[in-house]
Write a protein that binds this ligand. Sequence first.
Ligand code: FE2
Length: 291
Amino acid sequence: MWLLALTAVKVLNPILPSSTAPDTEPQIAKRCSPSPFQPSFFRRLRYYRPLPTSRMSPFILPSDNPRIKRVHSFDELVTTRFAAGVNALCWQRELPDGFGEVVTTLGADEGITSLDEPILQALVVGATGRAAVAVLIADLRLLRDRGLSPVLDCILGYPRDDEPGPVPTDVYSFHADSATVEADTYLCTYYGATSEGLRNEEAQQRVTIPSTRVELLTQFGGADNGEFQEYLKENCYDLHYAALPAARPFEFGVGNLWRIAIDYPGSPVPPCIHRAPENIPGQPPRLLLIS
Ligand SMILES: [Fe+2]
């Protein structure tokens, strides 16, 4: 049954203005953003198996992670400076039901579908779905009003590396976001599997793993010098991390709005290492806001 004709357009992961200077910050491109999928203009209603109850259990912030700070309002989220090692701020929220209805009604069946306000307002949903739509629109406006460029995506899968190399560089790999000037990343998962974080102390930059570095040097075909460093940077190899054997990755949880530190020159804290969860066939897509 054809349900909707959506003018879904995928945009590249956002350009990141600084939360500290929203009116003046130049627009900068994030390194290593996933490339877009081709949009589908007609979406078919699809039914997904319900999410496992484990994904619906109450979210608990890791209490033993001093790099995470809990905040209690949007204003506190955007105005708190990263300092003293804290590189992730979490505004923990209990949102209404209805995001599953939004996802089902969209009927996306592949890749990434970006949603804007007109698309959201055109969805034919019940009362619970409308409550979810109201939250989505309110969050988009909150971020836009701060000079940010939020993108709301329904995600069945991100692009993966074309060929496996010494260092994975897609968003399923633990990585740091990066920019050339001060910036940060906001994200919220409303539905589906949530983003995952990795403590900096439990991560190793992949380019520092001896066997990986040898492979990269072979691929580069030169010496371990400044040119090689530039090569690592150009290919985003320097942004990816391996979890140490005893690492304890943590979930960002559903409904919580996070602001995480990224890698930029002069950052006072190390970047927050994170990744997208695997998209499991048959499971519902994710509904993710990112800016
Ligand atoms: Fe990222």
